[in-house]
Design a protein around this ligand. Structure first.
Ligand code: DGL
Length: 253
């Protein structure tokens, strides 16, 4: 069984891609919404949460774990790999495909403060972004919009505009979604971008499909794939009120 966790519903944007390529597996999803958002919390805090959730998922029978959260991946995945005897699949900031895609030579990255200050992110940027300008911005208020289900409409657009405009005004034509909550706002991000820079074609990059395909490869290598002919199954857990998780999961069906 594949365990998946995030600070909230964001990891469902990763589950959505996983289910496309592994449609007959068993999943267990944990939303840590009682402690959400992780983005502004200390590294130690996020490591403690990741440890506790990992223990829970292992007790429930997970044999591989997807850290479907960029902030938790950046803060905790190396500790989790040292402390627990299972494979962990983490989120990668999609700098490499963004650098390959840009025509203006400017890439915009939207992520949490925790992700943007992490060594993991800084190393990825140093490795892949040579000769390309990378502009970063925290998606201020994005997680709250997604957790509350307000992903379309004027309020969502106004919130998105504040964080997106600084990236577009630097010339970005490629926007990396460096937080797993943000793909649920991709429609609004696209709409706001089209209004702000109508003459520029904007590409939005979500790393989730690449993470899903990496998970499938690792499960195959490790002999963990167990196809159930009746289709996939998922158990949903949350540390707080389950309403957001149930509502967002409902939108995936
Ligand atoms: N979904 C998360 C991420 O990918 C965390 C958002 C948050 O809790 O601040 O970074």
């Amino acid at each position: 069984m594949t365990g998946i966790f995030d600070s909230g519903v964001g990891g469902l944007s990763v589950f959505r891609e996983i289910r496309k390529i592994l449609p007959q597996e068993r999943y267990i999803y944990f939303s840590d919404n009682a402690h959400c958002p992780y983005g502004e919390k200390s590294k130690e805090y996020v490591i403690d949460r990741a440890r506790e959730i990992t223990r829970f998922l292992l007790e429930k029978g997970a044999d591989i774990i997807v850290v479907a959260c960029n902030t938790a991946t950046a803060a905790a995945i190396s500790t989790l790999r040292e402390e627990f005897p299972v494979k962990f699949i983490g989120m990668e900031p999609a700098i490499k495909p963004a650098v390959q895609n840009t025509r203006t030579g400017v890439v915009g990255v939207l992520a949490t403060a925790g992700t943007l200050r992490a060594d993991k992110y800084i190393h990825t940027r140093e490795k892949f972004a040579e000769g390309i300008r990378i502009e970063e911005h925290v998606g201020q208020g994005f997680v709250e919009l997604v957790e509350s289900g307000n992903i379309y409409g004027e309020d969502a657009e106004a919130t998105v505009r504040k964080s997106l405009e600084p990236l577009l005004s630097c010339g970005a034509d490629t926007i990396v979604l460096g937080c797993t909550h943000y793909p649920f706002l991709a429609g609004t991000i696209g709409k706001v971008a089209a209004e702000l820079v109508p003459d520029r074609q904007i590409t939005i990059i979500d790393p989730a499909p690449a993470v899903a395909s990496h998970l499938a490869d690792v499960m195959e290598e490790e002999g963990l794939s167990k196809s159930h002919p009746e289709g996939y199954g998922i158990s949903l857990y949350s540390s707080g009120d389950p309403t957001a998780l149930e509502r967002t999961f409902g939108t995936l069906l």
